[in-house]
Design a protein around this ligand. Structure first.
Ligand code: CU
Length: 229
């Protein structure tokens, strides 16, 4: 009995220690392997997910370029550029016109009541001219040179747009049709049109002046600061 008891207690102790060791060992193994496995899986699935998203956005971008004729990068965006498709009423390109235009708050200074501006507010071109626009943005915000009223079979929604994000320059070209017309040019960022970023492109004889072009025409609805008495 005396011999057996220590043996029994020893064996019980050994069993406890063994069990504890196995438990802690397995939990160590579990603790080291399990999170590794999980993180590995997470990373893999994340990579797959990222890859999926990446290819998806690339596809969307390509589709966008195809459908709306848009190219974009970190510096900005060009929509509906047309360097070579002649409008159907134009037998050939009549002349090459280059418009170097600057955009920024400093160009609003000569025009009271405006905040944003272009350095020029009017341009001239012959019917069927190819016009290359170099838009330089001197501000740290977005500005656009957006023209409306072009033939919709060449320019979706009748628009051609250059947008520059912050201080940079972007170039793109378009071809005007044969009609004599005055086209509206503006920056469509909220409040910029209203606060001075409005201009006109006259093709041929044009069709009069558009209202509220800084330095060119009076506003359609003038500001009235008369105090009510
Ligand atoms: Cu703007």
């Amino acid at each position: 009995m005396i011999n057996k008891k220590p043996l029994k207690s020893f064996s019980t102790w050994t069993l406890v220690v063994l069990t504890l060791s196995i438990n802690s060992l397995s939990s160590v193994v579990y603790a080291t392997e399990s999170p590794l496995d999980t993180s590995k899986l997470d990373t893999e699935s994340q990579q797959k997910h990222d890859h999926h998203n990446h290819s998806h956005s690339e596809k969307e971008l390509t589709e966008g370029m195809h459908h709306s004729n848009m190219r974009m990068d970190q510096e900005g965006m060009v929509m509906n550029e047309n360097k070579d498709q002649l409008p159907k009423d134009c037998p050939k390109i009549s002349e090459e016109v280059t418009i170097d235009v600057k955009a920024g708050v400093k160009y609003a200074e000569p025009y009271p009541g405006t905040v944003f501006g272009f350095d020029q507010h009017q341009w001239q071109a012959k019917p069927c001219a190819r016009i290359t626009v170099n838009l330089t943005n001197d501000d740290d915000i977005r500005h656009q040179w957006m023209i409306h009223g072009l033939p919709k079979y060449l320019y979706p929604k009748g628009m051609f747009t250059i947008e520059v994000n912050g201080s940079a320059k972007k170039t793109a070209a378009f071809i005007v049709p044969s009609s004599h017309y005055t086209y509206l040019v503006h920056c469509d960022i909220a409040q910029h049109t209203e606060k001075g970023m409005k201009a006109q492109l006259k093709v041929g004889n044009g069709r009069g002046d558009l209202p509220s072009i800084p330095g060119i025409s009076n506003p359609a609805v003038p500001d009235n600061f008369t105090t009510l008495r």
